[in-house]
Design a binder for this molecule. Sequence first.
Ligand code: NAP
Length: 520
Amino acid sequence: MIELESYLQGAWVRGSGRASTLVNPSTEAPIATSNTEGLDFGVALAYARDVGGPALRAMSFAARGEMLRALSRCIHAHRDELIGLAIENGGNTRGDAKFDIDGASLTLAAYADVAAELAKEAPNGPVLLDGPSLPLGRSPRLVGAHIFVPREGVAVHINAFNFPAWGLAEKAAVALCAGVPVVSKPASSTALVSHRIVRLWVEEKLLPPGALSFIAGSPGDLLKHLRGQDVLAFTGAGTTGAHLRAEHAVREHSVRVNVEADSLNAALLGPDVGDDSEVMNLFVGDVVRDMTQKTGQKCTAIRRVYVPADKVPAVLERLRERLAAIKVGDPSREDVGMGPLATAQQLADVRAGVAKLAAHGKAVFGSAEAVHEKGYFISPVLLHGERPDPGDAVHNHEVFGPVATVMPYSDAADAVKWVAAGGGGLVSSVYSDDKAFVRSVVLGIAPYHGRVTVGSSKIAGQAVPPGTVLAPLVHGGPGRAGSGEELGGRRGLAFYMQRVALQGDRALLEMISGQREEKA
Ligand code: NAP
């Protein structure tokens, strides 16, 4: 059995206590262990700050871009091996695994491009300008300006179990682009893929010493060692996020924190959409994909489906038909469309969640009962909530599995009210060609979301599904979703950098920010 090691202070190390076991969720067979007991995270963070930080800050944006490109290419070059590990440890189908692994290499490549762009704006170094300078006095010499400089701490990244490759890469890409060293901790249960990626990066010497550390297993007292220049980016359950925010060192040192948490993402079908239209196909395809891709274990997956009351029977029929065609089973098989849930805990949580939803909705497809004797398999579960109420579990409890509920609405204002009842989400999608409806609904739900996708006939053939997070667009959401924001191209760098206002003589300020050469 593989023993996963952590990569701290430039060396692979293992703990000395009781190991936790990673299993294959299709067979329940143990495949690896991890153990961090006794590892000194205080020394590890100090090494990242003192060795990795200066090394990264000394690199130009152009050099950081080349580094990110090399990280991306390395993942791509080992794609098949990583897909195999994702099937084994994550219960991913090949398609699920590609979504995670290609998402990782594409996000790193996207930030290689961002760095290359920034290199043109700031060829001399780590300072980024934030907008033009502003006159402050009567003379044009006295100005104010804003610049961004990299923070001199470490970025601690704590990730959820569902995207071991993408979670590692999407956070690391932005921090490394900004010039901040990373300590990355994947969820223990599915750490095999991220562990392998970091091993490959280390073996190929793609990063300067201290730029990336990796923790395989329990976080122990990691967060106790955070300080005021550090940042903490977390993805996972809202309850864990709240716990991390309340950590003593985080409060004591006002550590900057970003939380990406639960989300009850909605899909909303417009009243104008015809039964056999392209937009209807797009809508049905998105709902079914989100229910079954990664076995519904996607933070962006559609959980609530709002449909004009008179269209509910037809929509239920279409969804049932499509779901029935999806084979659940061994994810390594080409004909299988949905694999198991990732862990025994996930299975128990999803079952309990479906029971909660069933108090206000009727199951019209599937159930959370076991599909196979071994493994954490269930079928997709579609519910119909005939009379939604804002207090229902469907509006306040995220079931992190292949589960969605269809509910009726009456008009645009009613639709906005229901979508907003989710308490803040990562992404919701609206499907309609009715311009007035789309405008009023999108603007109505926008304050409750980090992203809204609009599906209409003009783009139906090329639409990117709402569940796909894109590096150039922000990812995050208010309220229940954690109130965080990641990615968004260069916007993401702000989290890792300090914005400083400067005031003084224009020529001096331009020299400081690197816009003007320093004359001897
Ligand atoms: P989780 O149980 O909250 O765990 C997330 C991470 O936090 C894991 O790495 C876990 O480590 C770590 N952790 C737990 N307690 C900790 C502590 N006291 N100190 C430091 N780290 C700690 O969530 P999950 O079950 O992995 O993921 C499912 C949840 O994530 C769902 O609710 C989903 O909505 C959310 N999610 C959100 C997004 C988003 O972008 N918004 C993306 C994906 C998932 P161990 O594994 O070692 O316990």
